[in-house]
Structure formats: C-alpha cells, structure tokens
Design a protein around this ligand. Structure first.
Ligand SMILES: [Zn+2]
Length: 221
C-alpha cells in the first residue's frame, strides 16, 4: 500500500481511494465534479495528488465550456494544426509567454481576450496577421517556420471546412487570392451543398446567392 504525507494533518497516511465529488470555487462560482480521489485515513481530508489534479482539470474545463472560452483540447488542436507547432513558437507568434500557453493547455482559465485571440487563430489568415505584428520580436528563422506552417495549413484548407461560423464565400475568395482553381471549385461545391442543406432545413430561408461556408477547427483531424 502506497503511503504518503497528508498535507492537512501532516501525518503519514495510506491512500484510501473512493469515488467522490469535489466542489471548486472558480471566480466566485461553485463547480462540482465527480471521480476517484484519495482521502487521508487520519483526518479524512482529500489528498492533493494526480486524482485531485484530474478533478480540478475537469472543473476548469467545465467552467471554460460554460463561459464559451476555448478549451484546453481545442487550444492544443489549433496550435498543432500549424505543422505541429511547438508551444514556444506558437507563443512567439502570438506575442505571449510560452508559459502562458502551457498553462492554458494544462487547463488554467484564460481571459476572454486571450481565449478570443486563440479561437480566431483557427483562421490561418488571421494567425498570419498576428504573427506579422510580432515579426520584429522574433528571429527570421522562427518567422519563416511560422509562415511556412500557415501556408501548409492554407493548402490543406478544404479538409478544414465544416459547419460552424458562417463566412460569406466572397470574403474567403478575397482573402485567399492564392487558391488554386481546383481548391476554389471544391470550396464552391461545398458552399453550394451547404446552401442546399440549409434551405432544405429551413424552407423559408431566402436563397443565399453568395453561398455560405462554415469553419470549425474543432473538427480538424
Ligand atoms: Zn490527514
């Protein structure tokens, strides 16, 4: 049996495993989560260990989902969609500390502003703009790596179009002048398909002449 020192009573204790719930106070609101945890055999307090950390992570993710903040998993997905970019380089592109990115991916709660910034970075064109603003603060090599990852993402773009946030197709064409004709055709087809589906779902919807596309990096795989 594993023994540990209890942080509450400072006695050596064996770990009593049980299924329980913990309520975490996150910015003034209580978030309850359930799962396995360890208690001290002497004072009955919950031991702060990997089980506790896991429950805390769940509570943080609940809070993030509740408040519409980017989740830890989403964040990682956005970052790694750029050529499996490292946290350090992603942080440089955004002009934030690498420790900040690491913390958010570990589950710590980002501010709404950070969350919105990261969410918008799903869009390679936006991510490129942000990186461009930070260019002077990084080495030319780092900047090249970022831009090449952005280009690769843009080339792979048809795989990333899924229903989520509507974007007028004209905006997409204006933003991405570098698209090859077959890519444009593919996007156009998907837009038409989407338009048809939407009209079928809601017959009262007027025909969307310019077409709509939706993007959701959460579904990139
Ligand atoms: Zn104890």
């Amino acid at each position: 049996m594993v023994r540990t020192l209890c942080g509450s009573c400072m006695e050596e204790t064996c770990l009593l495993k049980e299924q329980g719930s913990i309520s975490f106070n996150l910015k003034g609101e209580a978030y309850s989560v359930e799962g396995p945890l360890h208690r001290c055999e002497h004072c009955g307090e919950i031991i702060v260990d990997e089980f506790y950390e896991d429950l805390r992570h769940q509570a943080y993710e609940k809070y993030r989902a509740d408040k519409g903040l980017v989740s830890a998993a989403e964040m990682k997905k956005i970052r790694t969609s750029y050529g499996n970019m490292s946290q350090v380089l992603f942080a440089k592109a955004l002009g934030v500390g690498a420790a900040t990115i690491a913390r958010y991916e570990l589950g710590y709660i980002p501010s709404k502003a950070y969350s919105d910034l990261i969410k918008r970075c799903q869009d390679p064109a936006f991510f490129e703009e942000v990186a461009e603003q930070q260019r002077a603060k990084m080495s030319p090599g780092d900047f090249r790596t970022i831009i090449s990852a952005v280009r690769k993402r843009q080339e792979a773009v048809p795989a990333y179009w899924f229903p989520c946030t509507p974007v007028p197709i004209q905006t997409i064409f204006q933003k991405r002048r570098s698209f090859e004709l077959d890519v444009l055709a593919l996007i156009d087809n998907r837009a038409r398909q989407y338009e048809r589906d939407e009209i079928q779902k809601r017959p009262s919807l007027p025909p969307v002449t310019e077409g709509l596309l939706r993007f959701d990096s959460g579904k990139c795989a």
